[in-house]
Design a protein around this ligand. Structure first.
Ligand code: DP6
Length: 326
């Protein structure tokens, strides 16, 4: 082990969603998914030896007691790397995700932790293996190991080692992602529980794997054709299809609030008026807008608290992992 290690990983927004697991312990998904990473928004994680002899988890400057579910999850994840060796560690994570934006920090958090552990134990694991490890912490973390557009292939193997993400070789400097804050209230049902309920009780879920496969193909083609409206429309349709499966669960899973619907209607009205803007939504009430740089001012006027990210800005083209398989 080195003296200390530090890593950053970005949040990501799925354009074709991961919803449903074929195996719960390893976070093996029912479908492949595709996302865009959010440049500088994400998690910084530092790992250093714990001189006290006890593991310690620090989140945004606050020491968590070992029995909080988050700290317990982090420690059991660290154990995957540390094996039987006795290396008490301090895992110190800071998220720079605006709390108001309602972005989950588990994707960037587990990706940054994986990258930091790889350095700390000098494992020099290939990117795709790091992605498969990050996936075990949180499915969407598999995608946060990379910048730009990222695809997570579901894989076939039972051990999940072929279920990992890889970066797509496409750059869209004009793409903007706008985070619309509807509510920062803690979500009622987390993704893990929400997926489980949907898979087990939603009659509409059986249509989801084929829908996701089609949408993934269409988004691939849109990336090749440099077709923004095809990408945006498919991402929005994919998110709405996922939410339809959730709503048809029992008890119903409706992550939307009245303000979410109002924001959707504003997006649709803008589109009617000729503005190329689309949205996507995850397991929470907030919308994420997709638009082009030229429309940023207009959208900032329409959505006053909009937090705008440029996923392909010059300064965000960093290589996150220390080793590359390519
Ligand atoms: C709706 O990756 O948070 O954001 O694997 O249980 O940790 P776990 O779930 P998580 O689920 C993300 C679900 C989603 C869609 C997506 O990001 O693809």
């Amino acid at each position: 082990a080195v003296d200390q290690a530090e890593a950053f990983a970005p949040s990501n927004i799925a354009l074709c969603k991961y919803w449903g697991k074929r195996q719960n312990e390893l976070n093996l998904p029912v479908n492949s998914s595709l996302s865009v990473s959010l440049a500088h928004l994400g998690s910084h994680t530092q790992i250093r030896p714990a001189t006290s002899g006890e593991d310690q988890v620090i989140l945004n400057g606050q020491v968590l007691t070992a029995d909080t579910p988050f700290a317990a999850k982090v420690i059991s994840f660290v154990n995957l790397f540390r094996g039987q060796q006795n290396y008490p560690l301090i895992v110190d994570t800071r998220n720079n995700i605006p709390t108001a934006a309602g972005l989950a920090s588990s994707a960037s958090g587990f990706a940054a932790l994986t990258l930091a552990l790889n350095q700390y134990f000098q494992l020099a694991l290939p990117d795709t293996v790091l992605s498969a490890f990050a996936r075990m912490g949180s499915g969407s973390a598999s995608r946060s190991v990379f910048t730009g557009f990222v695809e997570w292939r579901m894989g076939q193997q039972e051990d999940g080692m072929d279920s990992h993400a890889f970066p797509l070789d496409v750059s869209w400097p004009d793409l903007r992602v706008g985070l619309v804050k509807v509510s920062s209230a803690q979500k009622a049902v987390d993704s893990r529980a929400g997926m489980k309920r949907t898979v087990e009780t939603s009659g509409l879920y059986q249509s989801w794997p084929a829908q996701a496969a089609r949408d993934l193909e269409t988004i691939h083609q849109a990336l090749i054709d440099d077709d923004f409206s095809q990408l945006g429309a498919t991402a929005e349709h994919n998110a709405m299809s996922m939410h339809a499966t959730m709503i048809a669960s029992w008890p119903p899973l409706l992550y939307w609030q009245a303000e979410s619907v109002a924001a959707m209607q504003r997006v649709w009205a803008l589109r009617e008026a000729g503005v190329e803007v689309y949205f996507t939504m995850d397991a929470g009430p907030n919308l994420k807008l997709l638009f082009k740089a030229k429309d940023q001012l207009l959208l900032e006027t329409e959505f006053p608290d909009l937090e705008v990210v440029a996923p392909f800005a010059e300064d965000s083209k960093t290589n996150l992992a220390s080793e590359s398989v390519n």
